[in-house]
Design a protein around this ligand. Structure first.
Ligand SMILES: Nc1ncnc2c1ncn2[C@@H]1O[C@H](COP(=O)(O)OP(=O)(O)O)[C@@H](O)[C@H]1O
Ligand SMILES: [Mg+2]
Length: 565
């Protein structure tokens, strides 16, 4: 039951390496993007360096190219720079959006493996954040992290070699020292300074969001309870706190930016000093000194991009870590294929036990339901009724005992057959933002209209649907709040009837319906349940009166009860 999504974060390098591996064949596009970025910078520098070469020629340096050719190179480099930059950015964003699609697909695949167990309980919110926000932050990693780093490395190396060979190795080494200082200690220092405020900001941001959304959702109760003022003040206070944290981060980021700019100025001054010293001592001609200085002057752009990374890199790595862990997570149960497919005429549990982590819920439950039988389960809230039904669908491995369909252990039954023949109507029914008809058809996509209407009539919802503006074609979103919890529940029931499974597990099917509709549902169960086994969980005695036998679940054990009259 323990989830891998919690726990220790993997190291930054490992996360980055694994995220790059996820690129797969897109890595060729990445290499192409880096190559274009590199050439783009080289062209940008080509503009100034060709000017410097012209100056060197003026100063008497022997240059094979004419002034006209140098001017042509400068113009050509300027134009090419624009095009190359465009291609580089295009490639980066192409990769980023393609990889987002790939990641979403992988996450969906992972959820399919991990569900339904994974979406039970507390973890649900975290997974939704991973699917939405975390994947989005990875866009930054793919579009704005990998290629700047590669481009910085290649451009710096190229300038180092160019300056060394054409001008002077002393100037080249001074520039190299500058690149190293800007790319290594500076980002590490600013990352260290930003870490704690970054964590504090994200916590404040998450808490603000939750409070704000909560207030919006509960705005009616806020209004009715007259607590608008207090809520408003609290929101103001939290906004203020968030602004303070943002301000601190901005201040630290600008300081880091200023420090980088200062370091660049320092190394430019150092390059000038080295070049002047070399020229004055006669070790280097003035023309070559100019070329070296100009080349180094224009070369700090790419490494500055590395210095600017830490502000979001931490967040990106945390998002990447959660995405990777979700992809790695082992499912609570593996689907069974190539197993057996019984008739599903009877379901029986023997001494069934189950615990959530260390919380023992079921301690030996013996319940059986045959075809044509309706078995009721009563019990106080939290005693394990829903858990019992979920175990019959193999959400989790049982802790002990046995679950059998027609005498065959649930562990030997094909998962697809189990899901086809056993249907659960849970306490809340999710309705998709589609038409009412489409919402029903998910239970049986090839059902005819007559079948759908019959299922709805059985669930006592057909007449209500006809009163909707577009009947079965009404869109759920357009109905909004007009669909009561009871109506949603009856749509859930209609889905189950439509599916036509042999075993129906109903979790509090009448908890949100009035007694008239309860009567309709119970009569439908009586009438149409004769060829099914029905397990009916309810805390209402009136609902349980529809059952042939009733068990009371208490202390993790089920006792058969006398039927109420
Ligand atoms: N996914 C879960 N993880 C951990 N504990 C859970 C989970 N689902 C339910 N529980 C706990 O197990 C107990 C039984 O829950 P449940 O089967 O939903 O009870 P009932 O349906 O009878 O109200 C409760 O105490 C509940 O808090
Ligand atoms: Mg329940």
């Amino acid at each position: 039951m323990k989830s891998q999504t919690e726990g220790v974060r993997q190291s930054g390098g490992r996360i980055m390496a694994r995220l790059i591996v996820l690129l797969g064949s897109l890595s060729y596009v990445m290499v192409f993007a880096v190559f274009n970025g590199f050439l783009g910078y080289v062209c940008a520098m080509g503009v100034t360096v060709s000017g410097a070469v012209a100056v060197a020629k003026l100063l008497g340096e022997s240059v094979a190219l004419s002034y006209g050719a140098l001017m042509g190179i400068a113009i050509g480099c300027g134009v090419a720079r624009g095009l190359l930059r465009y291609v580089e950015q295009y490639c980066n964003h192409y990769i980023a959006f393609r990889i987002l699609a790939v990641l979403r697909d992988k996450i969906f695949g992972a959820l399919r493996r991990l569900c339904p167990a994974k979406l039970e309980g507390k973890q649900k919110g975290g997974i939704i954040a991973t699917i939405t926000a975390d994947i989005e932050t990875l866009e930054v990693f793919y579009a704005h992290t990998i290629s700047p780093v590669c481009i910085a490395l290649s451009v710096s190396l190229a300038v180092f070699l160019f300056t060394g060979f054409i001008s002077s190795w002393y100037i080249a080494l001074t520039a190299l020292a500058g690149y190293l200082v800007i790319a290594l200690p500076l980002p590490l220092i600013s990352a260290a300074k930003l870490r704690a405020p970054g964590v504090a900001y994200r916590q404040e941001f998450a808490s603000f969001n939750a409070y704000y959304m909560d207030s919006v959702k509960g705005v009616r109760d806020v209004l009715l309870s007259g607590s608008v003022g207090a809520r408003g003040e609290e929101i103001d206070r939290r906004t203020q706190a968030l602004t303070e944290k943002t301000r601190l981060i901005k201040r630290l980021s600008s300081r880091a930016g200023a420090l980088t700019a200062l370091t660049i100025s320092f190394f430019i001054a150092a390059t000038l000093a080295v070049a002047a010293a070399l020229t004055l001592t006669g070790a280097l001609s003035a023309g070559r000194a100019v070329i070296g200085i100009v080349a180094v002057f224009g070369s700090f752009g790419p490494v500055t991009a590395i210095a600017a990374l830490p502000s979001n890199l931490n967040q990106t790595l945390a998002g990447g870590d959660r995405v990777l862990k979700l992809l790695d997570e082992a499912p609570a149960v593996l689907p069974i294929e190539g197993g057996r497919e019984p008739e599903f005429d009877e379901v029986r549990t023997r001494a069934l036990c189950f615990a959530y982590e260390d919380k023992q819920v079921l301690r030996g439950v013996d319940i059986a339901a045959k075809r044509g039988e309706t078995v009721g389960i009563a019990g106080s809230s939290g005693c394990g009724k829903s858990t019992f039904l979920k175990l019959l669908l193999r959400f989790w491995h049982r802790g002990g005992g046995e679950i059998e369909y027609d005498g065959t252990s649930i562990d030997e039954i094909n998962t697809a057959a189990l899901l086809q023949n056993v249907t659960m109507v849970s306490q809340s029914t999710y309705l998709f933002n589609e038409s009412v008809l489409d919402n029903l058809l998910i239970a049986k996509p090839d059902a005819t209209r007559a079948e759908v209407e019959e299922a709805c009539a059985m669930a006592g919802i057909h007449d209500f649907i006809l009163t909707l503006p577009q009947g079965y074609d009404s869109r759920v979103a357009a109905l909004g709040d007009n669909l009561s919890a009871g109506e949603q529940q009856r749509l859930g029931l209609a889905r189950a009837f439509l599916r036509g499974s042999k075993i129906l597990l109903l979790d509090e099917p009448t908890s949100n319906v009035d007694s008239v509709n309860e009567g309709i549902i119970l009569r439908a169960l009586e009438k149409h349940g004769s060829d099914k086994s029905v397990i009916l969980v309810s805390h209402r005695l009136s609902t349980l009166s529809a059952a042939d036998r009733i068990y009371k679940l208490e202390g993790g054990v089920a006792h058969e009860q006398k039927k109420p009259c």
